[in-house]
Design a protein around this ligand. Structure first.
Ligand SMILES: [Zn+2]
Length: 300
């Protein structure tokens, strides 16, 4: 069983300016082999579908007989939905291929490569700018996070199949900075754009982050965040214990009051408390919880 799970992916992509959402169950979703054996490559695909993002996600992770298909879905607005932290069924047949950190054996693409599925019909549908930009940011962020060489460790599905079953796949294809008509992408061009982003960290520019609020966190903010934590803790299916939540909430309020610089510090204090806590001290669970709490508080 593979032992590598991509529980860092929400932070990796968010920090790169990619808009991210999580598909229910993503933390534990994997093919039967479990986590990845190693991450040697990022694989670029298209879905060959033309439907709403939720329909793609539902097929990839809940409905397909080959599920899970792909680690993430990049939709046409540039939003990335993360559906599986473990290995998926997306580029099994193909290779072998030697990359900068190791060789992926014949037909083992799923155990050693992370698959990005991007919404495109695959028969000449144009790629919107928001989507192609997010494709570059997403791949670049993954390369940086996992120590991959963007000039070498990024493969199209059609490249992966070349050594052992050439022509079996064509994706990704279509009108974009890297192709015209319905031809397969110029992957050297794509890799070059990813590498440029990795070199400069801002080429092309990711969306401007929201301006930081000028003021320190107020008492009202602390209360609001604490309430969101509270609601999340007592409604959480795993940690839904009201007594325990009350204790934790008291400690979190203390931590938050001690931090008191901005909302991120407050969230950070909550995070530290969750992973240190003897009953809830689980990093994976804490990561999921924190993501949801951030969503709650930003809505609040
Ligand atoms: Zn593919």
């Amino acid at each position: 069983m593979g032992s590598i799970w991509l529980h860092d992916l929400p932070d990796v992509l968010t920090d790169a300016g990619v808009r991210v959402r999580l598909w229910d169950g993503w933390e534990t979703r994997a093919r039967s082999s479990g986590g990845y054996d190693a991450v040697y490559a990022v694989f670029a695909h298209h879905t060959a579908s033309k439907t709403a993002p939720d329909n793609d996600c539902s097929y990839m992770w809940n409905g397909s007989p080959d599920r899970p298909v792909g680690a993430v879905l990049l939709d046409r607005t540039g939003l990335v939905t993360i559906g599986a932290a473990g290995a998926t069924n997306c580029q099994g047949k193909g290779g072998p291929w030697t990359l900068s950190t190791g060789t992926i054996p014949l037909d083992k693409g799923n155990a050693y490569g992370v698959a990005i599925e991007a919404a495109n019909n695959g028969i000449g549908e144009g790629w919107p700018t928001a989507q192609v930009d997010a494709y570059v940011f997403t791949v670049a962020a993954m390369c940086e996070a996992w120590g991959l060489d963007p000039n070498r460790d990024v493969l199209a599905h059609f490249e992966w199949v070349e050594p052992s079953c050439p022509g079996r796949k064509v994706d990704p294809v279509g009108p974009s900075p890297w192709a015209t008509g319905a031809s397969s992408w110029d992957m050297d061009g794509f890799r070059g754009d990813v590498a440029a982003w990795c070199d400069t960290g801002n080429q092309p520019q990711p969306p401007e982050p929201e301006p930081e609020p000028e003021d320190d966190v107020t008492d009202d903010d602390v209360e609001r965040i604490a309430e969101a934590v509270w609601r999340r803790m007592i409604t959480d299916p795993v940690n839904g214990d009201a007594t325990h939540a009350a204790t934790l909430l008291t400690r979190i309020r203390t931590d938050a009051n001690n931090a008191r610089t901005d909302e991120d510090d407050t969230a950070e204090a909550v995070w530290k408390r969750l992973i240190r806590d003897p009953a809830v001290g689980d990093e994976t669970m804490a990561a999921t919880l924190i993501t949801r709490i951030r969503q709650d508080t930003s809505r609040g």
